[in-house]
Design a protein around this ligand. Structure first.
Ligand SMILES: [Zn+2]
Length: 61
């Protein structure tokens, strides 16, 4: 169960440029948006169905 993101040489640096890696439980809400927490820095992440990338969702509450 390894992906490209886990091969980052420096996870902390990856987080600093917005390349977070979701870890643990992923929750899908009624809009189909997925929510998880970054396995490296612990920030809240969301992913829309329409865009295939995770983004930090802390500012959205
Ligand atoms: Zn992170």
């Amino acid at each position: 169960m390894t992906g490209p993101d886990t091969r980052a040489a420096d996870p902390a640096a990856a987080c600093s440029v917005g390349r977070h890696v979701p870890g643990g439980a992923i929750v899908v809400d009624e809009h189909g948006t997925r929510h998880a927490k970054c396995r490296h820095c612990g920030c809240s992440l969301s992913r829309l169905q329409s865009i295939r990338r995770w983004y930090r969702s802390g500012q959205l509450g």
